[in-house]
Ligand binder design. Structure first.
Ligand code: NDP
Length: 465
């Protein structure tokens, strides 16, 4: 380290990306400080992936109770207590936050509990004390926050996912605006917990960017459960009635009555008031930090990783970017983060697990595709009397036989997509899938037993197999 700096690395933001970078750099013997203004763990641990998944588990029990009857069980009267779930969730989040702090401390980085802003190149002000410190390098990993500006009257009555994790009471009815990951996941959570739920989405079909078959099949499955999915519409106005309930007027003029209206309309980077201009850090039109392929900003000593860069807003991506940053900067081994072929899951009910190109995307890039598609009732649902079906689909380039995409809707689809992610990332061919022995009896065995294409796609046009 140059003698003139207090730190080799100053990390702003104690979420998935920041913590990983701080730990790795400190373990390499660098003098590192990390500042976090709220709680260590960031969006994922504190008010995102982790508490969301706990809510998903909670919301699945009514179906488990129902299904058990077909297997001979009689489940007595059941009831659900929201405060118990919130308290249990908070306890687990406290545990995880403490583990994050311990790991950073063990690695030898200094933990600061304050908002930090960039004051000048290499200089950071700690807002709790006003102290100014210097660092040879700065990593910005401050994440993002929910968008709250949809431009209608009454937006002040609405909540976002942040508040959804701490509601005092479970609402009787909720309207959720948006059709992406968060809207779809929370719609299923609230419905599963017994809340009368309406999802309002401006586009033709929920989950833009996912394979069309999955989007439609999930939409149908959600409606079959009793969840209302209202596409091609949006919220025009929210007003509070005398009884405290909310009246939601849609653009179509339909009026919905709800106890909460949740906005899940994307997230924006936390760059306001961060001091980016002071260090010559350029922002994009949405306020995200512009970075090059090594996560370096337009300032030669500042890097940025994770959601603040508006690349791919996913926890494992932020962690990967952080590891590449440390490898590049502190191990003298230039390493670009790889954003290609990222497997992902939507924890809807049923779940989506997906990796690689959708049929539509592949049809635009490859002249001839083979589509292998199957839809079936999983064995567990048969005795349970549940009609819900699993959908599995492989998108294959006919010329090279390479599996370009794999898409699943059904129980444990997320778990399956992690493993399929390896196969698709490794550019395995359909023949590799075919010569893989099935694991029987499982749902996943269908992925290696679809021998004939269901249909072909030529120059983007579907035709019979
Ligand atoms: P998404 O980008 O997934 O979806 C945003 C949704 O809001 C889209 O349906 C979009 O519509 C809609 N929208 C945007 N602006 C408006 C507006 N002004 N009025 C009405 N609708 C609007 O964002 P989310 O907020 O759901 O999630 C943020 C990110 O967090 C995701 O992109 C994902 O990367 C990550 N995440 C990942 C999860 C996982 O891995 N399971 C879970 C939760 C979040 P349109 O499609 O028409 O643009």
């Amino acid at each position: 380290m140059s003698e003139s700096y207090d730190y080799d690395l100053f990390v702003i933001g104690g979420g998935s990306g920041g913590v990983r970078a701080a730990r790795r750099a400190a373990m390499l013997g660098r003098k590192v400080a990390i500042a976090e203004e709220f709680r260590y763990g960031g969006t994922c641990v504190i008010r995102g992936c982790v508490p969301k998944k706990l809510f998903v588990y909670a919301s699945q029990f009514p179906e488990h109770f129902e299904d058990s009857a077909g297997y001979g069980w009689t489940v007595g009267a059941t009831s659900f207590d929201w405060p118990t779930l919130i308290a249990a969730k908070d306890k687990e989040i406290d545990r995880l936050e403490s583990a994050y702090r311990t790991n950073v401390a063990k690695a030898g980085a200094e933990i600061l509990n304050t908002r930090a802003v960039i004051e000048a190149p290499h200089r950071i002000r700690l807002l709790d004390t006003g102290r100014v410190v210097s660092a040879e390098r700065i990593l910005v990993a401050v994440g993002g926050q929910p968008n709250v500006h949809p431009g209608f009257d009454g937006v002040e009555h609405c909540i976002t996912s942040n508040e959804a994790f701490h509601l005092e009471r479970l609402p009787k009815a909720i309207v959720i605006l948006g059709g992406g990951y968060i809207a779809v996941e929370f719609a299923n959570i609230f419905h599963g917990l017994g809340v009368e739920t309406t999802l309002v989405y401006r586009g033709q079909e929920i989950l833009q960017g996912f394979d069309d078959d999955l989007r439609e099949a999930l939409h149908q499955a959600m409606e079959a459960k009793g969840l209302r999915v209202h596409c091609c519409d949006t919220v025009a106005e929210v007003s509070k009635s005398a009884d405290g309930r909310l009246s939601v007027r849609l653009k179509s003029d339909e009026i919905l009555v709800a106890d909460e209206v949740m906005l899940a309309i994307g997230r924006r980077a936390n760059t306001v008031g961060l001091g980016c201009e002071a260090a010559g850090i350029e922002l994009d039109e949405r306020g995200g930090i512009v970075v090059d392929e090594y996560s370096q900003t337009t300032s030669d000593h500042v890097w940025a990783v994770g959601d603040v860069t508006n690349r791919v807003q996913l926890t494992p991506v932020a962690i990967h970017e952080a590891m590449c940053f440390v490898e590049t900067v502190f191990r003298n081994n230039p390493t670009k983060p790889d954003h290609e072929t990222i497997a992902t899951a939507v924890f809807s009910q049923p779940e989506i697990g997906t990796v690689g190109l959708t049929e539509r995307e592949a049809g635009q890039r490859f002249p001839e595709l083979e589509i292998y598609r199957t839809s079936f009732r999983p064995m567990k649902h048969v005795l349970a009397g549940r009609q819900e079906r699993v959908l599995m689909k492989l998108v294959v380039d006919a010329a090279s036989r390479r599996v370009l995409g794999a898409h699943i809707l059904g129980p444990d689809a997320g778990e399956m997509s992690q493993l399929l992610g390896i196969a698709v990332k490794a550019a395995l061919t359909k023949d590799d899938f075919d010569r893989t022995m099935a694991v029987h009896p499982t749902m996943a065995e269908e992925l290696v037993t679809m021998y004939e294409p269901s249909y072909r796609v030529t120059n983007g046009e579907k035709r019979d197999g």
